[in-house]
Ligand binder design. Structure first.
Ligand SMILES: [Cu+2]
Length: 495
């Protein structure tokens, strides 16, 4: 599996190999085909399959991977590097040195005159240009059109769920569309700050395009990992979605391939055979499961892979661990508080060839290992844990009753609460204490239906959601703002 590295950590020889492969694609004509594909997407206007809609991220993931495979045909050691502009954000950063991307444009024409992509080398002439653009040389104008995204801006974007929302375009709310926020608030400024050729429909003419989009793809991959319950949206059949943007739509210009790439086919970037240098390795990574939460999507991406999950039991009772989907997986249960203490294993007790383990468990942390029944097969599935009887995984909050005490006791822990609305009214759900809580509201009557979320609208860094709710059962989920943070808090619901 190829490892995409931060460009700032590339060795001199890695930079040289990347530049040489890019120039080889330019020389054999392949590079300009990629530029033309990007320009054609924009020229489709309101039917653009690549920008201003849900498939912005999948389309560019597919596009980058194809470009990377083309580079690898030239030099198998090359992977796309990413440009983390939250760190390397000045015109003097090493990315712009003459041994890599070259420097800023100069003069009224903003012409790039240094580095391997300067027109003067004779090896970097722009032949695919926007309509009316006659300049055959690469142009840049650092900082003339705004600033680069900051870490705070990236964090705020990564906290947005769900993936996307109606009207499924650039008018989607920045607070309910992770995609539009990442595209409009984080991605667009990267193009603008570099300026010149990067502002065009033909922006891949500037090789820094690939490094910029590689970072956008990395942030999407991080968001996916941090929000395992959030699926790609919208599903096929949703009204008013531009062709190419729904989950199972073939993505132009590759839609005549068999099978064509779709947003679904690129959701798992490990299945596309690359990873990022700052990702935790697959082995040893433990995915937390919340009791009675919606099923978590997962996949056996490589033959022989074993996925590991954990869940906390606070109240003794009967619990059911279940997989769903068409992949024949085998689940084994370990614990409490010991990953090596085997309890039981199940292959096919669930529907189809799914696993189902029902077991009386005492308090403690339990672990589930999931593998494919066949050592040589792969496939995706979902997994969930439910508690019987009193459903001890979810605490109940009385509306206008006392605040309920909670603790984020481990990194990435999600606490779930439920409350019942009998009289429709504006309800205020609020956390209190010194822990930076992040609150998400679901319902009515379905813990998978997202309503809204909030980080800091309450006092200090507390969350507060005030929203008009009809009768029904609602679910409040509390996590720490930081994926590694812990701490205690209280939560209340009032009218
Ligand atoms: Cu693009």
């Amino acid at each position: 599996m190829g490892i995409r590295k931060n460009q700032s950590s590339l060795t001199v020889s890695e930079k040289t190999a990347f530049v040489a492969a890019v120039k080889a694609l330019k020389a054999n004509g392949t590079y300009d085909i990629f530029v033309a594909q990007h320009r054609a997407a924009f020229l489709a206007g309101t039917n653009d399959p690549a920008h201003g809609g849900p498939a912005f991220l999948p389309w560019h993931r597919e596009y980058l991977r194809r470009f990377e495979r083309a580079l690898q045909e030239i030099d198998a050691s090359v992977s796309l590097p990413y440009w983390d502009w939250t760190v390397d954000r000045t015109p003097t950063a090493s990315i712009w040195n003459a041994d890599f991307m070259g420097g800023n444009g100069t003069g009224a024409a903003q012409r790039v005159t240094s580095g391997p992509f300067a027109f003067s080398t004779g090896e970097w002439n722009l032949t695919v240009r926007d309509p009316g653009d006659t300049a055959p040389f690469l142009t840049r104008a650092f900082g003339a059109m705004g600033s680069l995204p900051t870490q705070a801006g990236v964090n705020a974007a990564k906290n947005v769920v769900p993936y996307d929302s109606a009207p499924w375009n650039s008018d989607s709310s920045m607070n309910t569309s992770f995609r539009n926020r990442l595209e409009g608030v984080i991605h667009n400024p990267g193009h603008m700050w570099v300026g010149g050729s990067m502002m065009a429909m033909s922006s891949p003419n500037d090789p820094v395009f690939w490094l910029h989009h590689c970072n956008i793809d990395r942030l999407w991959a991080e968001w996916q990992r941090e929000n395992p319950g959030q699926n790609y949206l919208p599903p096929s059949g949703t009204a008013n979605v531009v062709a190419g943007h729904a989950l199972d739509d073939p993505m132009p210009p590759w839609d005549d391939e068999s099978p064509p790439p779709t947003p679904r086919s690129v959701l798992d970037h490990h299945a596309l055979d690359y990873t990022y240098d700052n990702e935790e390795p697959d082995t040893g990574e433990i995915v937390p499961l919340a009791i009675d939460a919606p099923p978590v999507p997962a996949s056996i991406a490589q033959a022989g892979e074993v996925d590991v999950f954990s869940f906390p039991v606070t109240t003794s009772g009967n619990y059911v661990i279940q997989t769903q989907g068409s992949t024949d997986v085998v689940a084994s249960l370990y614990g409490p508080n010991d990953m090596a203490a085997f309890i039981t294993e199940d292959d096919d007790s669930g529907p189809g060839s799914n696993s189902r383990i029902a077991r009386d468990l005492t308090a403690g942390t339990y672990y589930v290992r999931v593998r494919h029944y066949s050592n040589s097969s792969t496939g995706s599935y979902t997994i969930s844990v439910s508690g019987s009887g009193a459903q001890p995984g979810i605490q109940t909050i009385q509306v206008n009753g006392p605040a309920v005490q909670g603790t984020i006791s481990a990194a990435n822990e999600r606490d779930m609460y439920r409350f019942t609305v009998t009289t429709p009214a504006v309800h205020t759900i609020e956390t209190a204490g010194s822990t930076d809580c992040f609150l998400t509201l679901f319902g009515p009557d379905n813990p998978a239906t997202f309503i809204t979320q909030d980080d800091d609208s309450g006092p200090g860094t507390n969350s507060r959601i005030a929203v008009n709710l009809g009768a029904g059962e609602y679910y409040a989920r509390v996590r720490h703002y930081s994926p590694t943070g812990t701490g205690s808090y209280s939560i209340s619901v009032r009218t």
